[in-house]
Design a protein around this ligand. Structure first.
Ligand code: FAD
Ligand code: NAG
Ligand code: NAG
Ligand code: NAG
Ligand code: NAG
Ligand code: NAG
Ligand code: NAG
Ligand code: NAG
Ligand code: NAG
Ligand code: NAG
Ligand code: NAG
Ligand code: NAG
Ligand code: NAG
Length: 606
């Protein structure tokens, strides 16, 4: 009988195991690195390795993790996004980290559940250089340890957290450099660009750009980060003018889980550049720097608001307000082609009552519509002239029974002053987050009858609790900008963005915050699939959804989030992350894995 030498056998076994381990490692596994090995990793990272200390630990008997944050400070700040952004492990929606260590008073707090690292990463690298990122991720990938990336932690679907992982925190990649004459690789031309660290927030980039007389396509809230926002697409106040943020990407510096530091642009690593242009966040590598196109700052920005509701209780009143809402929605593509952008919100139930400026009693069967519009280099009179025919058609539907108010538009001469006016309260956190998104174009809006659109709107808005009410957010964020992006700037971004006008978000899933997170989220996801995705698919079968603000339990996420880009993205994912260390919900290839918040395990599902 042939006896293999023991070391050969070990190598063979190790190779077989490494080829396709069933689960990512957990600290209960014998091969999980010892404290000494982590300490030696820390040394090779110049001491930037942090062992996770749940911030709210001080709220529990004997402060099990010795947190230095006071319990009252953690409780007081838990509902602020900036607080979580500043914590190594912090994310805005802690349910995706299994509510592992909540402070008293937080939504979902259950006293006897105690405090654990749970669904948070076990270690975090507060990275300062590409080399540190490369060392850390290769070390983890070689050991079959899950890797993730956090910029701000704002992700709506908890994709910057995960149990038993090593997290790369990018907040110190925060340089900003404006360059009016950046030589575009592979061409003899230059571009006016912003060269920005991936850990920046948009407010800081806007400020630097405006100081140079420029603007960039970025987010609608001050503290949204660049990292995941750009890779998922990225819409905002300028996207309907110039295309999404992903369409502005000329070059990225990215570290792969094999430990390679790559520059992806038009002449090298083009497949990586293509994937980062809207192919999904946190899946292909860790981006440290982006080079983004900039545009001249608008001379003026004008902002107006239209409000629509009924106080009547008769069927006529209810039909009129929904029909008027449909008329307004059908007019959006034309308004956008004429240069308007903005966001419309439609609310019902208590959500409507709470967002009313006045104390008028809105009909419980009706809807409150608030349509904020803005336009660049446009006078207030020009904006009102664009809106007048729309208002006239609303009045026609109303037959004098609806409250229709057009407020005098306000003109700003500075983009930051305008942006500030849309950011009057700080970004919230600490709640349960789950949403459903759809991209809709002329085909689903202007080309349908008022009755059709009215019926879809009435079916898509309702939440699981009628008294609580619900909200539909209609963003005028696609349209002429995405449609006119030059071919050579287009990447993996779901091509349905090119013919879409609006990105609509529906909410309202049942959320029992104190229930078991895994079961609650799965149940709410099922509710979304049954009550929202089916209606969206009936209204707009061939479009898709915006993955950064979409349903992370969408059973058809490959089609809806990635469209025709999916197959190529899967090849690129396999090429650059062969160890599949970077897992995120609804990521490319994520259907081959199963992540369970109860066990914390990430295992192959096939
Ligand atoms: C208050 C608020 C307002 C928002 N407004 C808008 C808006 O106007 N427009 C819009 O399009 N979206 C908006 N969003 C959604 C936003 O696009 C997502 O929350 C997005 O994930 C934010 O990216 P981030 O890097 O800040 O978040 P993070 O939670 O840090 O990261 C999100 C994802 O990106 C990955 N990631 C982060 N950095 C990197 C990196 N450097 N390299 C590789 N992967 C990385 C993470 O692993 C994770 O998967 C908003 C969200 C919030 C909470
Ligand atoms: C890493 O080293 C730094 C500097 O010595 C230290 O402050 C930090 O606690 C260490 N991290 C871990 C996880 O031990
Ligand atoms: C917290 O501090 C105590 C006392 O110094 C120590 O015994 C304990 O190990 C520490 N716990 C952790 C999780 O570091
Ligand atoms: C997640 O939370 C549930 C409910 O509290 C708990 O039973 C489970 O152990 C937690 N999982 C992890 C990985 O901490
Ligand atoms: C750049 O200019 C050089 C010299 O004029 C020319 O040979 C080359 O073809 C140009 N390259 C491109 C991409 O236009
Ligand atoms: C607004 O006008 C300025 C010139 O005053 C121009 O540079 C800029 O491109 C215009 N912006 C938009 C969005 O039209
Ligand atoms: C508009 O609302 C007010 C209450 O705020 C009400 O008095 C008025 O009659 C309403 N107008 C119409 C046309 O419904
Ligand atoms: C408008 O209201 C008036 C008075 O209430 C009514 O006579 C008329 O039929 C209504 N018109 C339409 C088109 O509903
Ligand atoms: C509701 O509709 C009826 C019938 O058209 C009308 O008489 C009434 O004034 C409307 N109510 C309100 C508050 O507009
Ligand atoms: C915008 O708001 C910030 C605070 O977030 C403030 O510091 C800044 O002065 C404001 N800028 C303008 C132009 O209003
Ligand atoms: C809208 O309908 C017209 C007429 O039927 C058709 O020609 C056009 O292609 C449609 N537009 C879209 C975007 O579906
Ligand atoms: C529905 O919402 C109302 C108002 O927010 C609340 O009082 C009620 O408890 C909720 N019902 C259920 C079943 O959650
Ligand atoms: C929410 O979940 C908790 C824990 O499972 C349960 O005790 C409670 O009854 C649930 N509440 C509702 C309104 O379903």
């Amino acid at each position: 009988m042939f006896l293999a030498r023991p070391d050969t056998l070990l190598i063979l076994l190790a190779t077989a195991a490494a080829a396709s381990p069933i689960c990512k490692l957990t600290p209960l596994d014998a091969s999980w690195p010892s404290p000494l090995e982590w300490a030696s990793l820390n040394t090779s990272l110049s001491g930037t390795l942090i062992k996770t200390i749940p911030a709210a630990s001080s709220c529990y008997p004997s402060n099990p993790f010795n947190s230095t944050e006071s319990c009252s400070a953690v409780s007081d700040n838990w509902d602020l996004a900036t607080f979580h952004a500043a914590l190594p492990e912090g994310i805005d929606y802690p349910i995706y980290a299994n509510n592992s260590c909540l402070p008293p008073g937080a939504q979902g707090y259950v006293e006897d559940r105690g405090c654990a690292v749970g669904g948070s990463p076990v270690y975090v690298v507060d990275a300062r250089s590409e080399e540190q990122v490369a060392t850390a991720v290769k070390w983890a990938a070689d050991r079959n340890i899950r890797v993730l990336v956090k910029g701000t932690g704002h992700d709506m679907n908890g994709r910057s957290s995960g149990a038993y992982s090593l997290s790369i925190w990018t907040r110190n990649f925060n340089s900003i450099q404006m360059n009016a004459n950046w030589p575009v690789p592979g061409s003899n031309s230059t571009e006016n660009v912003a060269i920005v660290g991936s850990g920046n927030i948009w407010y800081d980039v806007y400020s630097a750009a405006v100081a140079a007389g420029r603007v960039v396509v970025g987010g609608g809230a001050k503290d949204v980060g660049l990292g995941g926002y750009i890779q998922g697409g990225g819409h905002g106040p300028l996207s309907s003018q110039y295309g999404l943020a992903a369409d502005q990407l000329l070059q990225a510096t990215v570290v792969t889980t094999e430990g390679n530091i790559l520059v992806a642009n038009g002449v090298q690593n083009q497949d990586m550049l293509w994937a980062l242009r809207g192919g999904g966040a946190g899946q292909y590598g860790i981006v440290t720097e982006y080079v983004l196109k900039t545009y001249p700052a608008p001379a003026t920005i004008v902002s107006g608001n239209l409000e629509l509701y009924t106080t009547g209780l008769d069927n006529e009143n209810i039909t009129a307000v929904w029909d008027a809402f449909a008329v307004l929605t059908r007019s959006i593509p034309d308004l956008m082609d004429a240069g308007l952008a903005g966001v419309l919100t439609a609310s019902t139930g208590n959500v409507a009552v709470q967002s009313m400026a006045s104390t008028a009693a809105i009909s419980p069967e009706g809807v409150l519509v608030s349509h904020g519009v803005f336009g660049y280099n446009m006078t207030a009179a020009e904006m009102t002239a664009l809106m007048e025919p729309v208002i006239a058609s609303l009045q026609e539907v109303s037959n004098s029974t609806l409250n229709i108010t057009w407020s005098e538009p306000i003109t700003y001469s500075n983009f930051i002053a305008f942006f500030n006016s849309t950011n009057t309260s700080p970004s919230g956190a600490g709640q349960v987050s789950l949403m459903s998104s759809r991209l809709l174009g002329r085909d689903q809006l202007s080309n349908r009858s008022v009755a059709d659109v009215s019926s879809y709107l009435q079916r898509i808005i309702p939440g699981s609790n009628k008294t609580a009410g619900s909200l539909l957010i209609v963003g005028m964020q696609a349209g002429p900008g995405p449609a006119s992006v030059p071919e050579d700037m287009r990447g993996a971004l779901n091509p349905v963005w090119r013919s879409a006008y609006i990105h609509a978000i529906a909410l309202g899933a049942p959320m029992n915050a104190t229930a078991n997170p895994q079961e609650m989220l799965a149940g709410a996801g099922d509710w979304m699939n049954e009550n929202k995705e089916t209606i969206w698919r009936e209204w707009a079968p061939d479009t898709g959804s915006y993955m950064n603000e979409g349903n992370c339990f969408n059973t058809d996420f490959k089609h809806d989030f990635y469209g025709t880009s999916y197959d190529r993205l899967l090849e690129i994912k396999r090429k650059y992350d062969p160890s599949e260390s970077l897992f995120v919900l609804t990521g490319v290839g994520s259907d081959e894995w199963d992540y369970n918040l109860n066990s914390g395990k990430l295992c192959r599902s096939t």
